[in-house]
Ligand binder design. Structure first.
Ligand SMILES: Cc1ncc(COP(=O)(O)O)c(C=O)c1O
Length: 491
């Protein structure tokens, strides 16, 4: 059967909708449900401190409480809110609790939530400038604001050769940077030929796993990722990096990318960005800097030392969705030269052709990311920046840094505990001197209490407790209580 004929048969089975009936929410229903939803979120944030931080459910508990089949007929919004409270909430770990100190902070704020809501309301798809000019232009603008806010090099401004783009995660940001690095290293041929040559990549053993993941996805291969030694503070040793690069060149390989971290995930170690960048430059290697968490500290002028040498970077990431009060997802990727990135990722099918793109006068952010479609995420950061102002952001990030220093002092003053790594920003790594078993008991006891939540890592093979202080609503009393719980759990 021809496709036209098949289409006719299918369409003839579709009944026209009764004009008087629609299943959509009416504007009045939406307004009432919307007010209830905002009220629900406001109440949640007011009460969040009282929830056990770590969800206590067992695997499968949530699914077994849900109906096996989708509802045959529609249900009132109140029923959804009811089940949200009864079924979903027990399975939530409360990242927005001021007692959350685990992993890394992923903070949020009221203006960000409202930006997210309005972005969903607009439902625009900003793949091209032409598909929503404001989404593109606001994104370009807030990314330039971010350069100024964090004191980043002017190279990253859209007004020069570089620019910023919002990605969903740091992992995606690193992936697209590594793809651009790969293409530059092979003279922009791999995309066409599939031939990678013998590329190599370099990062420290303390870099985030997203680096190795990107190296794998980019086809460079984990076997060609060299792990550079770290010093006693877990920061990359530049001499070792250069030795590895020279050995690879001598062996006929092509070093493609070096990734340095400002604030490693385990211990917020700061790689020596300037020295690493100089080495990368000397050998013509793409230099990518991952400042996903710690980069936000640079809102404070006294923390700008973190970014010393960032002007040597080809690409740089910082996640406002970690520590800039902008809820998931929002990772900011900056490039010093946008041309290699666009050359790597751009592909223009006929159905996306339009006058604005052809004129070359606009940015089409689809050419800066893996996916085609993109949400209007710039609204969130725009609202956050306008609500807090530079002053407000400096105040709150500065307060987190103060609390981290305070906790550091308590650890140092207690003979049963020791610091396990330098405290560079808002993460305090420490351990009980009694050894791994005692430290594991502390983590398990405190987390099971529901009153605070923190996680562990291993440094030099020893179990290490980590407290990341960066949740929007964390105050001194929360840090004090968490510390008291830790001390008690060790007894
Ligand atoms: C230094 C660093 N880079 C990358 C990531 C990954 O972030 P995302 O979840 O945005 O991919 C993290 C998250 O912990 C991180 O700490």
């Amino acid at each position: 059967m021809g496709s036209e004929c098949r289409a006719k048969r299918v369409l003839s089975n579709v009944k026209p909708m009764d004009k008087r009936h629609s299943y959509h929410m009416t504007p009045e229903e939406f307004r009432a449900a919307g007010n209830a939803a905002v009220e629900w979120v406001a109440r949640y944030l007011e009460d969040v401190e009282s929830y056990p931080v770590l969800s206590q459910v067992e695997p499968g508990d949530i699914r077994s409480s849900l109906p096996a089949h989708p509802p045959k007929t529609g249900e009132p919004f109140e029923a959804m809110l009811h089940d949200l409270d009864e079924i979903i909430m027990p399975g939530i770990t409360h990242w927005q609790s001021p007692n959350f100190f685990g992993y890394f902070n992923a903070n949020s704020s009221a203006p960000s939530i409202l930006g997210e809501l309005i972005s969903a309301g607009l439902g625009s798809q900003g793949m091209l400038w032409a598909t929503s000019p404001a989404a593109t232009e606001l994104e370009t603008h807030v990314m330039d604001w971010l350069v100024e806010l964090l004191g980043l090099p002017d190279l990253f401004l859209s007004t020069g050769s570089g620019g910023g783009v919002i990605q969903d995660t740091a992992s995606s940001s690193t992936l697209v940077a590594i793809l651009a690095a790969r293409e530059r290293a092979t003279g922009f041929t791999t995309n066409d030929t599939g031939d990678l040559g013998h590329l190599t990549a370099y990062t420290s053993g303390h870099a985030h796993s997203s680096v190795e993941k990107a190296i794998r996805i980019a086809g460079i291969g984990a076997a060609n990722l060299r792990l550079v030694d770290v010093d006693e503070e877990y920061a990359m040793q530049p001499e070792h990096l250069e030795r590895l690069i020279l050995e690879d060149i001598a062996a006929g390989k092509t070093p493609a990318v070096v990734v340095a971290t400002i604030g490693t995930t385990s211990s917020t170690a700061i790689d020596p960005v300037r020295r690493v960048g100089e080495i990368a430059r000397r050998h013509g290697v793409w230099f990518h800097v991952d400042a996903a968490l710690a980069g936000s500290a640079a809102v404070l002028p006294e923390m700008r030392w973190l970014n010393d040498g960032a002007e040597l970077a080809d690409s740089y990431i910082v996640n406002p969705h970690k520590w800039l009060f902008t809820n998931m997802d929002f990772s900011a990727l900056f490039v010093a030269d946008r041309a290699p990135l666009i050359k790597t990722l751009s592909i223009l099918p006929e159905y996306l052709r339009n006058q604005a793109t052809d004129s070359g006068a606009v940015i089409d952010y689809r050419d800066w990311q893996i996916g085609l479609g993109r949400r209007f995420r710039a609204l969130k950061l725009w609202f956050v920046l306008r609500h807090y102002g530079v002053e407000g952001l400096q105040h709150h990030v500065g307060e987190h840094l103060r609390l981290a220093r305070l906790l550091t002092g308590w650890v140092q003053d207690n003979p049963d505990f020791e610091l396990a790594a330098p405290v560079t920003v808002n993460l305090v790594c420490f351990r009980h001197v009694g050894g791994d078993e005692v430290n594991q008991r502390i983590v398990d006891t405190v987390n099971a209490s529901g009153k605070a939540f923190f996680t562990h890592t291993k440094l030099d093979g020893r179990l290490t407790l980590r407290m990341a202080i960066g949740q929007t609503y964390t105050e001194e009393r929360h840090v004090r209580r968490a510390w008291d719980l830790i001390v008690d759990a060790a007894l």
